[in-house]
Design a protein around this ligand. Structure first.
Ligand SMILES: [Zn+2]
Length: 97
């Protein structure tokens, strides 16, 4: 009884099991790797990331200033226009050149 330790947040991407997910070292970028006892696959536990990487953000802002509308930029990158406008706003208040 109570022998099974269920580690939270570990779900096998292949079979969806949460039990038997063991630590399996780390990959090059220091991300925890896990191994599923059930199906034997290994996978990395991704730390929570930002929704969009910095490059996409920079690109979106550039495109906006190049004359693309916020909605247009959103379409290019598959995000909402309001997201783009948010970045523009932040960009303006942050870096004022
Ligand atoms: Zn599995």
């Amino acid at each position: 009884m109570g022998n099974i330790k269920i580690e939270e947040n570990k779900i096998c991407p292949k079979c969806g099991k949460t039990e038997g997910q063991n630590n399996f070292g780390f990959n090059r970028s220091g991300t925890q790797r896990c191994r599923c006892k059930e199906c034997g696959c290994t996978y990395t536990l991704e730390p929570k990331r930002r929704a969009y990487p910095e490059e996409v953000r920079g690109l979106a802002i550039k495109e906006f200033y190049a004359g693309v509308s916020g909605r247009g930029v959103g379409k290019i990158h598959g995000m909402s226009g309001s997201n783009v406008y948010n970045w523009i706003k932040k960009n303006r208040s942050g870096v004022d050149k």
